[in-house]
Ligand binder design. Sequence first.
Ligand code: 5GP
Ligand code: ZN
Length: 137
Amino acid sequence: MSDCVFCKIVKWETPSQRVYEDDQYIAFLDINPINPGHTLVIPRDHYENVLDVPEEVLAGMIKIAKKVAPAVVGAMKADGFNIGINNGRASGQLVDHVHIHIIPRHENDNLKSWPSRSRYADGEMGATAKKIKDAIK
Ligand code: 5GP
Ligand code: ZN
């Protein structure tokens, strides 16, 4: 897609700090890192999100993330890492070219992985599970 910032990175129309690439995937540093070393894994081909990307391409992205994440952790002397994919504006997705975030984490980095949790009302948990189960295609 011509106006996609990650397609521009693929074509070197936008510079990037690449840490890994092969004929299908690129991993490069996020320009606004949550922690230094925050890395993004993308397929060279443009797909919007997890629902659009073919299963085998998604599987390949996970494979690259599994290869790159320990290097990010080692190089950043991190204690752990988060892996995440945002899907849709409501989730925080700003770039509509599917990407895996690899975010190195440090003890006491004062980041929360998730906001505080809520509780289900009586009976609501079972009803919610049923709604989802019935919606699976
Ligand atoms: P999203 O919010 O879509 O899950 O994540 C998009 C990520 O892409 C953001 O973390 C943002 O900092 C990063 N990003 C946006 N534009 C550029 C860019 O031009 N270069 C790089 N390296 N990262 C970018
Ligand atoms: Zn794209």
